[in-house]
Design a protein around this ligand. Sequence first.
Ligand SMILES: [Cu+2]
Length: 500
Amino acid sequence: MSTRTTDAEGAPSRDDDATGPLERRGDSGNAPAIAAEGTLTRRSMLATAGATLTGGALLLSGSAARAQSSVPGARGAREGSAPDSRQRSARQDWLRPGVPGRDYRPVVVPNGSKLPWKVVGNVKVFHLVAEEVEHEFAPGLKARCWGYNGRVHGPTIEAVEGDRVRIYVTNRLPAATTVHWHGLLLPSGMDGVGGLSQKSIAPGETFRYEFTLRQASTNMYHSHHDEMTQIGLGMTGMFIIHPRRPVGPRVDRDFVILLHEWRIDVGTERPNPNEMTDFNVLTMNAKAFPGTEPLVARQGERVRIRLGNLSPQNHHPIHLHGFHFRITETDGGRVPESAQQPEGTVLVPVGSTRAIEFVADVPGDWAMHCHMTHHMMNQMGHDFPNLIGVKPGGLDARVRTLLPGYMTMGQTGMAEMGEMGMPVPPNSIPMLGAQGKHDYITAGGMFTVLKVRERLESYADPGWYDNPPGTLAVAATSDELRRDGIDVNAPARVDPGAPA
Ligand SMILES: [Cu+2]
């Protein structure tokens, strides 16, 4: 059931409920809201609880803070109103601003940052600045992107269910823009679709967005004006809303990773937003491996990883080594425990978020990466001719008379493209990888490492894992081969299976 009214300023308000008719309000914002007695959803309840108190500073208690509470006689919600302090106390529909450490455990954004805020009259005030940003994807590869507050992607916005947020957006780009709060439940006029929801923000202008957070979930924000160009250039970020009261087991480490893909032609410095299929820089929080910071946890800690995907075109199946996890959140919020499937890979579709949780009970260095193998490559890995099995013979020597130093590569695959330290053109990175503890890591792109340790002084990168004796794959000795009857020169065999 949806109820639409108009507030005192004429801004559209919206409070749609899936579970029943709850409120019906007059056309005037000054008219008291009348609510039928009955069950309120959490959204309505949050919206109404604040209105029953003056000053607005309250915390919901007990089960009332959670969904499906029964709050008879509650008052109605109102959105889109001006930040007029003279009216606010009687009209506000939000809660005391959530405080980090007390109301929530802040998320960790590897390679990232958060948007600072301040409280003005019980409202959290943020300031996003859309601007051009020179961004380094990995050592050696920089590009001129569009982002927010000097960052690509934009800083993570973190707030709490029931918070009122006021977000100023200043446009320092040469083009108009808007910000869409992707996944948030808010009034239509705050939704940020250029032309549809609002007038676009012209260069030099600053717009104000303001709404109450009526949900607890993992969300995103991005430009919704000339989307292909502006999202393709990096105008994206994450928007985390913590529950007002804890839900599920307490999480010790709460990571946020935004997935993206780019086309940056070798030697150029401007991502090409017109690319539709052939992306060559695949990123987690806008970093390609080896530029990705590891995710660090102590053994036994409960870990959440929130993943968002604002790639232009591709879904990304993110695979975590060493653990099974449960998908605990989708775009719509928390998945009921009975519906949380055990998984080893989580598909994060374009325009979606997922959160996974697990207990990091086994120490080690564990890969986490997109399992689309082309998404584990860096630049130059795509238009390459297939040379697998090719025998160059005397070709190299002949070509060297024309191109000193020439060497045919790729006959056994791509691994040597990074490892051999081949020179790369200016402003580009090796096709693959980085030196690891044991050998060269032949992965790039959308790849990072979860580092779980028995003891940690801090969550700084602890370096490579020291494998306990007997727990590391190594070359077999001749004694071992003899003991187990392995003849490395015998024809390889298979068991033909039992006769039918
Ligand atoms: Cu992928």
